[in-house]
Design a protein around this ligand. Structure first.
Ligand code: ANZ
Length: 862
């Protein structure tokens, strides 16, 4: 063992050992409890950023800890390898998206290895590989067969100059990212999966997710958008037809001044057959090539049908309008419009000069002039509502419901805002959608025997990427049953790949099907999932949805894929800027700035290398745009992976933001050096280790054991129950400091030192595995720590040794008394009051009050 702690050497050595010995390779083992620890898979953007390092460190600490509890731990990693940046890089560098992607993966894999993460590398998944996406295509075809997939026209961003569809991220302030032309909104046919069929279970099953952050569950709930209301039928005048509407506010029914239906509603279509103006209006809604602003501006357009509905209570006639603000796919596609109390109805009524009637009292506004100028969405006391006047919301709802039941069809209804999942992307670099169009226009799935449908890998693809001409490209022509067909040119949304990878990790090489039932039964559900809060809605929704699909196809069990979820906080760092010529902020990296700080560590002055003043913008999320990223690689080179890992886990609770601070990193480095030195000095001493009889120990020794076991108890609880890693680490640090002060005066002391070091190294192993690997080896005759168990505290050592308490009377020190350890507060008071020394001092006087400072002072007020 070297005298000096040299992280670089030991980390490379230990990583090699793990790699050669496949230490973290796992397989199903029914004799062992399993633990599936899953960090969200990275996008291979080029190199790791600190956010990645934090995510993967948290996961690794948990995985290693669970392993020490004796569980069979699966911690896999892979690459979410399809996506837009690869196309952009390909155009820029005149290469193929695949070469850019694979180059990045290679580099980032090395970076992950250099951080010592305990992955089972044999399970690495790269989602752009045909072995993986073949099964995604296969499953899509199964969904298609079960009618869970359909094609319909849907809006996309269209660049009229480049003649290509743009992803939302490629639209910057309404313009194309490449040529700056104003983008248009266009309708094209696209593929959808019916996630709405699962809206109810996606909503209800959130209740099962006891160990998910409330914030995430709420975000999911809002996205699903469950609405409880009523479906009511309105009769149409002079017709036997009815119009069904959905409302959440039947209490406002007396304020209905018109009925609005979507241009795509069945009734609109029916009317348009005889009404040319209406037909034209609907056609415009369908085909108009508008910019986003134009769309927004034209939102409250409509047409009066000159047909009337009958109000179910007043029996008065109310006009029916076709209105483009009514969403066809929501509720019934038509609404009873109450412009006095609903914002959309209000906007439409104002634009089209329709009647506005207020039926809810606006208690807080006295000036009626003001009242009329706007809508009032709150619930309250009914007015202008005939027999329902003066009722509050609850009573009005009940009474109106009863009345409506007598007059018309009304039923309670629950609807969801969640829209079906559009999985078509008009991009090259994605999983090809396994569908084709035959010459006669029929759309068919690619035969399963022909899967995977591969991406055409020819140099033409640079053209493909640059514009939409690939639609005609010959490389998408195929044969189905000996007939020519054109393959679907769209690819899957990349959320498809990240929706089922967790299940494929259980059997990444399984060739007979999408998922090996034996492997998935053993490993699933995921015990711990770790990722960023930015995935709270979309990814986690599709992930949960896909699991339910897989469950219904009997590939997996359980309703939910993940039991525990951690969303780690952001990584922040200091950001600096100067104001540029056009008043823009030019962000400057900290490494190019001279900084002056006061004693409190606050920045008082900052200058660039030329001496020009720089403005400090505070701690901001690390990002390229703010030029405040810290390179993980640089940090690892300077301090070693163990220091970085420990700093990340120590500097903040996992779900809070972490402020990157290099002096903090240095502090951790010093701590590890101290531990190395302490271990080194002990290892130099040759002595015979023996088991110790606690009862024969002196006070100093008993106390050391007490501190050691108290720390083990606290650290175990912090990690397993509280997931509070930062407090766990600070306890270990305190223990190390106590141990440094523990003088080795006899043989027992040396044994106690060894016992303590062994526990410390075990407790630190999940955080700083390389250092612990080496220390363990040297401390334990070349043994390996990787299969060691987590230390167990022993209750008998938790019994504290005697405390010496200062006894005060009326605030003055009168004596000291030795109190046996482990007494309760009440028992301590009785013990003191019964002692003869105390009784002499107090002389039978009455005690009015006792003030107690634990383990230090008792003050008796007499
Ligand atoms: C009358 C009313 C009065 C409404 C009032 C609201 C407030 P949430 O809670 O978001 O589900 N609505 C129903 N279907 C619609 C559609 N297809 N397109 C546009 N709007 C639609 O909203 C439910 C309310 O949204 C419904 O209740 C309906 O307006 C409107 F003071 O009915 B309400």
């Amino acid at each position: 063992m070297e005298q000096e702690y040299c992280p670089k050497d030991i980390e490379i050595y230990v990583q090699k050992y793990w790699k050669n010995n496949k230490t973290f390779h796992v397989h199903e083992d029914n004799t062992k409890e399993k633990y599936y620890c899953l960090p969200m898979l990275p996008y291979p953007s080029g190199k790791l950023h600190m956010g990645h390092v934090r995510n993967y460190t948290i996961s690794d600490v948990i995985a290693r800890y669970q392993r020490m509890l004796g569980k069979n731990v699966l911690q896999p990693i892979g690459w979410d390898a399809f996506g837009l940046p690869a196309e952009e890089a390909a155009i820029k560098n005149n290469t193929m998206p695949s070469s850019w992607t694979y180059k990045n993966i290679k580099y980032m894999r090395k970076q992950l290895e250099s951080l010592g993460f305990s992955y089972d590398w044999d399970r690495e998944i790269t989602t752009c590989q045909p072995e993986y996406y073949k099964w995604e295509q296969w499953f899509f075809i199964q969904l298609y067969k079960k009618k869970l997939v359909y094609k319909k026209n849907s809006l996309v961003n269209w660049c009229p100059y480049d003649k290509t569809v743009l992803a939302n991220e490629q639209v910057i302030n309404g313009c194309c990212w490449r040529c700056q032309s104003t983008i248009k909104i266009k309708k094209i046919p696209q593929w959808f999966i019916k996630i709405r069929n699962y809206a109810e279970s996606l909503h209800n099953d959130l209740k099962q997710l006891k160990n998910w952050p409330e914030k995430v569950k709420n975000m999911q709930r809002n996205w699903i958008g469950r609405s409880e209301g009523f479906e009511i039928s309105f009769n149409i005048k002079n017709s036997n037809k009815k119009i069904k509407i959905f409302t959440t506010r039947i209490d406002t029914i007396m304020g209905v001044t018109y009925i609005a239906i979507s241009p795509f509603h069945k009734f609109s279509m029916y009317l348009s057959k005889k009404n040319q103006i209406l037909k034209k209006f609907i056609d415009i809604q369908n085909n108009e090539n508008l910019s986003k602003e134009e769309m927004e501006e034209k939102k409250f357009y409509g047409i009066n049908t000159n047909i009337f509905a009958i109000h179910p209570i007043t029996k008065k006639k109310i006009p029916i309008w076709i209105a483009n603000y009514v969403i066809n796919d929501y509720g019934t596609g038509s609404v009873m419009s109450v412009p006095g109390h609903n914002v959309n109805d209000w906007n439409f009524a104002i634009k089209n000069n329709l009647k506005i009637k207020y039926v809810i009292q606006q208690s807080n506004i006295k000036n009626m002039q003001l009242v009329k100028k706007t809508f009032f969405p709150e619930k309250g006391i009914l007015i202008n509502s005939g027999e329902f006047n003066q009722l509050d919301y609850k009573n009005a709802t009940q009474k109106i419901k009863k009345k409506l039941l007598e007059e018309t069809n009304i039923k309670t209804k629950i609807i969801y805002k969640l829209q079906d999942w559009c999985i078509s992307r008009q991009r090259y670099w994605g999983t090809p959608i396994p569908m084709a169009t035959m010459k006669n226009g029929e759309i068919v799935p690619i035969p399963e025997k022909d899967l995977p449908v591969l991406l055409p890998e020819t140099t033409k693809h640079l053209d493909v990427l640059k514009n939409s001409s690939y639609n005609k490209s010959t490389c998408y022509t195929t044969k189905i049953n000996n007939q020519t067909a054109i393959r679907e040119t769209d690819t899957f949304d990349t959320f498809m790949e990240s929706s089922w990878y967790y299940a494929r990790y259980t059997c990444p090489h399984f060739e007979k099907g999408i998922i090996d039932p034996i492997a998935s039964k053993y490993w699933l559900p995921v015990d711990q999932y770790i990722g960023g809060i930015e995935h709270a809605i979309m990814h986690l929704m599709y992930f949960r949805f896909y699991h339910k699909l897989l469950r219904d196809f009997k590939f997996v069990k359980f309703d939910e894929p993940v039991q525990n979820l951690i969303c780690q906080g952001m990584v922040l760092s200091e950001a600096f800027y100067q104001i540029g010529e056009n008043n823009q902020r030019n962000w400057i990296h900290k490494s190019n700035i001279y900084i002056q700080k006061n004693i409190k560590g606050e920045i008082i002055n900052a200058k660039d290398k030329k001496g020009k003043k720089v403005i400090y913008a505070g701690m901001i999320k690390m990002s390229k745009s703010k030029n405040n990223g810290i390179e993980p690689e640089l940090m690892i080179n300077n301090y070693g992976a163990d220091t970085i890992r420990l700093f990340i886990m120590f500097a903040a609770p996992i779900e809070s933001s972490l402020e990157w601070n290099e002096s903090g990193v240095k502090g951790i480095y010093r701590f590890l050096k101290k531990l190395w030195k302490l271990s080194f000095s002990y290892i130099q001493i040759k002595h015979k280790y023996k088991n110790i009889d606690f009862n024969t120990l002196n006070k100093k020794q008993k106390n050391m054991y007490h501190v050691l076991h108290k720390t083990i108890a606290k650290v175990s609880d912090d990690i397993s129950r509280r997931k509070s890693f930062n407090t766990a680490i600070s306890q270990i640090m305190e223990l190390v400091n106590t141990l440094i002060k523990f003088k080795l005066e006899n043989e027992e002391d040396k044994c106690i030192m060894k016992d303590s070091l062994i526990s410390i190294i075990k407790m630190l192993y999940p955080f700083t595995p390389h250092l612990c690997f080496i220390l363990w080896k040297n401390l334990n005759n070349n043994c390996f720590i990787d299969n060691e168990k987590w230390p167990v505290f022993q209750k008998k050592f938790l019994l504290k040794t005697n405390d010496i308490l200062v006894i005060q009377i009326n605030g003055k020190k009168r004596l000291t008394i030795e109190i046996p350890g482990n007494l309760t507060k009440k028992e301590i008071f009785t013990y003191v009051q019964n002692s003869s020394l105390f009784q002499k001092k107090i002389e039978n006087k009455k005690i009015k009050k006792i003030i107690y400072i634990p383990n230090k002072i008792i003050n008796f007020v007499i």
